[in-house]
Design a protein around this ligand. Structure first.
Ligand code: GDP
Ligand code: MG
Length: 180
């Protein structure tokens, strides 16, 4: 079966868990003291998407997707590099920390930048990470959800730490990325 290569860029403030999400998805590990990303880093992982019952009725078949994941550095000094990574991307994952409202506010700048300069048809996912920190939650689930709806993006809350929804984030993306 042919494999479809899908470039994905992960964007968001420093410390929200971008590198941890990529690591969890690709290797199923979590490192509590991970180092800050310099510039950007690259990982890849393949995934098989089996059609849902609805899709079966539309005669869709199984698809193999090879994610090429660009994990960027959130620091201001690297911002000017972002276009190198979102150029040619099929999807962008915009990550915030549910316990840190300023990281959620910062996503809106990314959305504006991607709308103005990103590739046409770029699929967006808003990802509220650190869902294991429920007791410290500062950004309500519905706030994230409503924002995502407004900008026509996927919405999901994940935890790179306990692994919840990380696989789902990528499989949901895969399902809405059009076949080649
Ligand atoms: P990045 O700067 O966005 O790449 O963030 P990192 O992946 O380097 O993570 C920043 C810090 O948050 C690290 O100490 C991680 O261990 C921690 N972290 C990342 N994801 C989670 C999560 O889902 N839950 C919790 N509790 N901590 C996390
Ligand atoms: Mg990082």
């Amino acid at each position: 079966m042919a494999e479809q290569s899908v470039k994905v860029v992960i964007l968001g403030e420093s410390g929200v868990g971008k590198s941890s999400l990529a690591l969890r998805f690709v290797t199923d590990e979590f490192r509590p003291y991970s180092e800050a990303t310099i510039g950007a880093s690259f990982m890849s992982k393949s995934m098989t998407i089996t059609p849902t019952n609805d899709e079966k009725e539309q005669k869709s078949t199984e698809r193999n997707i090879s994610f090429k994941i660009w994990d960027t550095a959130g620091q201001e000094k690297y911002r000017s590099l972002a276009p190198m990574y979102y150029r040619g991307s099929s999807a962008a994952i915009l990550v915030y920390d549910i316990a840190n409202p300023s990281t959620f506010a910062a996503l809106q700048d990314w959305v504006t930048e991607l709308n103005n300069n990103g590739p046409p048809g770029l699929v967006l996912a808003i990802c509220g990470n650190k869902s294991d920190l429920e007791d410290d939650r500062m950004v309500g689930r519905s706030v994230g959800q409503e924002y995502a709806e407004r900008i026509n993006a996927l919405f999901i809350e994940t935890s790179a730490k306990d692994g919840s929804n990380v696989e789902d984030l990528f499989s949901q993306l895969a399902r809405i990325i059009p076949p080649p």
